[in-house]
Design a protein around this ligand. Sequence first.
Ligand code: HEM
Length: 222
Amino acid sequence: MKRKFSTINLLTELEKPENQSFLSEFSEKIYPKNSLVCSPGHETDRVFIVRQGRLRIYLAVEDKDFSLAILEPGDIYVTHTRAHVVTLDQAILLEMETGRLHAHMATQPALSRTIISVLGELLGQSFSIIDSLVFKDIRQRLTDFFLYEGQHNGTVTDGGILFSLDLTTTQLAAIVGASRQTVSTIISNMLKEGVLQKSNRTSYCIPHVDLLRNYPQGIPEK
Ligand code: HEM
């Protein structure tokens, strides 16, 4: 979810009498639901403010697509990125050539605040995509390995399944086919999130098998 840096909405700001001449520089355009507003390599460089409706920003690679953000009224975006932008509802956009908007950045602080908020959401979502592309397979392999060890060499107790594993992180990394650093990052996240416990170098506990089994799908956002 976007973290608004200010409760001042860009649209409210633009409606103020002192901003009427700035507002008049935008042209208003209506897009029907599900229309593609722009895609990579878009010929003209326009910036737009969402007056009405919601739009999805996404990256498309071969047959996959990755959502980066949902724009809502008062948000701002541009056509010069590698992302596609599609309307989720009928949308009304206030559009201006990007170079022209640049000249107003210094005198319209609400612009920068809104841009930072949208870019923050893009960045946060990009981190999640990197995490799932880079770590998910390894998370799955590590989870399968711990589940196997627990079920075949563990002891069921009131606190969960206890098992012993006399392996260094380097040996564990070799088993799951990943780097030592990656394995160590994933294990410390597992410990932090409580799907795995460790009482000393070789003693592990799986408190809830289902929690560990579901771990590779990621912890849902709160
Ligand atoms: C104020 C006017 C703006 C100017 C002058 C400007 C300029 C630029 C330039 C020169 C680039 C590099 C393009 C390239 O690598 O070919 C860029 C990239 C980018 N801009 Fe802007 N920008 C502006 C506004 C915005 C706004 C409002 C947003 C979104 C809220 C935005 C989001 C981005 C993103 C995400 C990229 C990375 C593009 C990619 O690599 O796919 N920009 N911008």
